[in-house]
Write a protein that binds this ligand. Structure first.
Ligand SMILES: [Zn+2]
Length: 379
């Protein structure tokens, strides 16, 4: 085949990664099909004053990730946005925090994915644009249960066709991003039950007719955002958080044709009877709907156990097992850290990713015309 021996072959990530590695040169496929490791620090409002940008970038470079996700906005902007109702974080000050992170990552040769979350916004946006938001059966805006200052936006409204595109185009105009990503949309697991002025004319939630409309809207928005990403440069693209395996809320067959990158939000076991192959089953779903394209599985470094402590590292062996399941099922490992202050650099599980990334490590192979493929499977 390519001159690699069996031992090396067994170390190659299969499925999407394998297809991209063995049968195409660098010029034939998008950059996303050649990456082998990813990372993300889920940024918080404090980070502009607490996080050392150079340390952050050094950390990811030391893990030899090929790309990082950087927060453009979640519920708060990390740069000096001019888009109305895109609220800046209270610790941002005059800084261009996203821009600094983007520059630091690029200096180290990492691709940058701009991460945004279109699912929530604040009371001032609700006041100015009540039509953007979900309504309950009594017509009241739907507040977030964890923080009632935030309200759920509706995917069938101009929030998704006017407000989000404005942010995406602003990011394109200011930064050297390689892709645009949305967290929290499309919704995972549960379809929105909204009674806003648009949704009240849709078929009843829970029916096939509603699901068809949901998928039509999802496909429309996906194409819209992908087109905006490509306004920056043709190789750029848009993708979103998916996952959920065969229980996904969206039509994965339709999205498999559209998406360049299937991002699985399947971060670990929850302390219940989830089997160890739950992660790998997600990989099989990815391969079924979009053979040959990029698929990643996000592995949380934080505790996904019975107590979901985001500031506590999960067991190192548990994380390694999840990475191994990811690679064995054809997906690319994605190391996801949520932690306060500098604790994230001490997450024990990081060694799992780092262990496979040093030069000359077992399980590391080089195939002509591709980047180094370094799976976390220990041989
Ligand atoms: Zn609605």
């Amino acid at each position: 085949m390519t001159g690699i021996n069996r031992r090396e072959f067994l170390a190659v990530p299969v499925g999407s990664s394998l297809a991209g590695s063995l049968f195409a040169s660098e010029g034939d496929v998008g950059w996303q099909r050649r990456i082998r490791r990813l990372g993300q620090l889920n940024m918080t409002e404090h980070d502009p004053v607490e996080m050392n940008v150079e340390e952050w970038a050094d950390y990811w470079a030391s893990l030899k990730v090929d790309a990082v996700q950087v927060s453009v906005t979640g519920i708060l902007a990390f740069y000096q946005t001019k888009v109305p109702f895109h609220r800046k974080g209270k610790y941002l000050g005059e800084r261009d925090f996203f821009g600094e992170c983007c520059t630091a990552a690029k200096k180290r040769g990492l691709r940058v994915v701009g991460r945004m979350s279109p699912d929530l916004n604040w009371a001032e946006a609700l006041q100015a644009h009540p039509e953007w938001f979900q309504r309950d059966g009594e017509g009241r805006p739907v507040a977030l249960s964890e923080d009632p200052r935030l309200f759920r936006t509706c995917m069938f409204t101009g929030y998704m066709t006017e407000y989000m595109p404005a942010i995406m185009r602003e990011v394109n105009s200011l930064y050297d991003v390689d892709a645009l990503f949305t967290n929290a949309w499309p919704p995972l697991g549960r379809l929105p039950d909204c009674h806003c002025s648009v949704c009240k004319d849709l078929p009843k939630v829970g029916t096939i007719d509603y699901w068809d409309r949901f998928n039509q809207r999802t496909t429309y928005l996906w194409k819209l955002y992908d087109g905006i990403a490509k306004e920056k440069r043709p190789a750029n693209f848009y993708f979103a958080n998916l996952g959920g395996g065969i229980r996904s809320s969206a039509n994965l067959v339709a999205l498999g044709e559209l998406c360049e990158w299937f991002q699985c939000d399947n971060q670990g076991r929850g302390g219940d009877d989830t089997p160890i192959w739950a992660c790998a089953s997600q990989g099989r779903v990815c391969r079924a709907v979009q053979e040959g394209k990029m698929a990643t599985n996000v592995t949380g470094a934080w505790s996904t156990g019975p107590v979901r402590w985001r500031y506590v590292a999960k067991s190192e062996l548990e994380q390694r097992m999840w990475f191994n399941e990811t690679v064995a099922s054809g997906m690319v490992p994605y190391h996801h850290v949520i932690a306060p202050r500098k604790a994230w650099v001490r997450i024990a599980g990081c060694s799992n990713l780092r262990a496979s990334s040093s030069s000359g490590q077992r399980g590391t192979i080089r195939i002509s015309g591709t980047r180094t493929a370094s799976p976390t499977l220990a041989l």
